[in-house]
Ligand binder design. Structure first.
Ligand code: SF4
Length: 445
């Protein structure tokens, strides 16, 4: 059978979508190629959040077209967000591309690849919307001893933040039923998975259009309870949320659901009320800080992470200083700082006062310094502590070490030992380099 290679750009949702496509191709008998040079089919699952991500995928495809000159049977395709937003124009500008499949049609990819291989058909472009497409991302390709997995619980977003292309590429919010998601988690647990991360573009507003509140609990909290109750599941996480989705029931879930890990991602974007309004973010600096206080009151040890955009159109030095002061005040454990990148068809791209790269870089650097010094101090204070980690496997940074995560989502490296793979292990922190902690097991198994 032909072999397939998928290169995935962007977020965890894209990783999850690629896994679904691979599962369906494998079910048809396709082999999974380890490198693109050995593949008969190469698919790029794309990201549109930043211009650079799109340019990277386009350049990659130009390079692959060169491979196709030598091997005319090679099948090339674009999947995902950029496929959705650019559609037919990708084939028009890159004529060796055979397949363009948008974000609601991942489940069709295997059939389309079949058609292209068996019939040598003309290029296929499918970016149509499809009712219930959110229910099609549900199968997994698990590696031996894999203990963590992503579970896609919804698609799309209705928030229309003025900088964000996601509502255009992923469509409006559509959620999967709780029973189906729980069934998927049961299968994962039966195959050895201990930790699941629930995925959605606005994950903590899951089900708000489809399912009722029960006993004052939102559909998302009902889902968390259902998934956490699956035998074998020891840790539950979720990403990516919106601050307005952290209502009282969810905040209290961090105390009431033992399996829910003490990690709260709280995308800030800006610390200036004027810029938050221009971004169409429906909270204020004051509300955000109050939320942090409420979360820390329920669980003082919670790990707090965030996303920030610098260089939004019209952002002044004073606005930026407000973001900086908020970051200092909160003391995040991690922050993903993005330089604003105009995305076509979004309101912010049309706004005046766009910033130069130089300003964005300077502000980016200043926030990184605030982040790094706070993280360094807090991590250093963890040295000597005993803490529980889930060992996921080989470290990306060292052959001699395994890596795991604390419940608060901190990365911990320990000496590699097969006995510990996939185990929840109590370790003692021995050293810190800021974002990475080093540890040794407290009890040798
Ligand atoms: S809530 Fe998130 S995904 Fe939705 S529009 Fe805003 S930034 Fe984009």
């Amino acid at each position: 059978m032909p072999s397939v290679y998928i290169k995935t750009y962007g977020c965890q949702m894209n990783e999850r979508d690629s896994e679904q496509v691979l599962q369906q191709l494998a079910a048809k008998g396709y082999e999974l190629a380890l490198t693109e040079s050995s593949a008969d089919v190469i698919l790029l699952n794309t990201c549109s959040v930043r211009d650079m991500a799109e340019q990277t995928a386009l350049n990659k495809m130009k390079h692959l077209q060169g491979m196709k000159k030598k091997n005319p049977n090679l099948v090339l395709g674009f999947l995902g967000c950029m496929a959705q937003s650019q559609g037919q124009s990708l084939v028009d500008s890159l004529p060796d591309v055979d397949l363009v499949v948008g974000t609601q049609k991942f489940h069709q990819v295997a059939d389309y690849v079949d058609q292209l291989i068996t019939n040598k058909s003309e290029s296929i472009v499918d970016i149509a919307e499809e009712n219930s497409s959110q229910n099609t991302i549900r199968d997994h390709v698990l590696k031996p001893k894999q203990v963590t997995a992503f579970v896609s619980i919804m698609q799309g977003c209705n928030m229309h933040c003025t900088f964000c292309i996601v509502p255009f590429t992923r469509g409006s919010e559509r959620s999967r039923p709780i029973a189906e998601i729980t069934q998927e988690v049961k299968i994962l647990a039966a195959n050895g998975v201990k930790e699941v991360t629930l995925l959605g573009q606005i994950v903590n507003l899951y089900g708000r259009h489809e399912f009722p509140k029960i006993d004052g609990k939102s559909p998302f909290v009902q889902l968390l309870e259902s998934v956490a109750a699956v035998p074998g599941i020891q840790r539950v996480r979720f990403t990516s949320p919106h601050p307005i989705g952290y209502r009282t029931d969810l905040i209290h879930a961090f105390k009431n659901i033992p399996e829910l890990c003490e990690h709260v991602h709280l995308p800030l974007q800006s610390g200036s009320n004027r810029i938050l309004k221009a971004m169409h973010r429906s909270y204020t600096r004051e509300r955000y800080l109050k939320l942090v206080e409420e979360i820390r009151k329920v669980n003082p040890t919670v790990g707090l992470t965030t996303d920030v955009i610098v260089g939004f159109p019209g952002e002044t030095e004073e606005d930026f200083q407000q973001t900086k002061s908020l970051m200092k005040e909160v003391g995040f454990d991690q922050a993903f700082i993005f330089r604003y990148s105009p995305r076509k068809e979004t309101p912010a791209a049309e706004m005046g006062d766009q910033h130069t790269e130089e300003t964005k870089l300077r502000w980016n650097q200043e926030l990184l310094e605030v982040l790094n010094s706070g993280v360094k101090e807090r991590s250093q204070s963890m040295v000597g502590q005993e803490i529980e980690i889930l060992i996921e496997g080989e470290s990306k940074y060292s052959d001699e070490r395994f890596e795991g995560r604390t419940r608060t989502n901190k990365l911990v490296l320990i000496e590699a030992n097969e006995r510990w793979r996939g185990e929840i292990l109590k370790v003692k922190i021995t050293e810190s380099t800021g974002f990475t902690l080093y540890a040794e097991p407290v009890i040798q198994l």
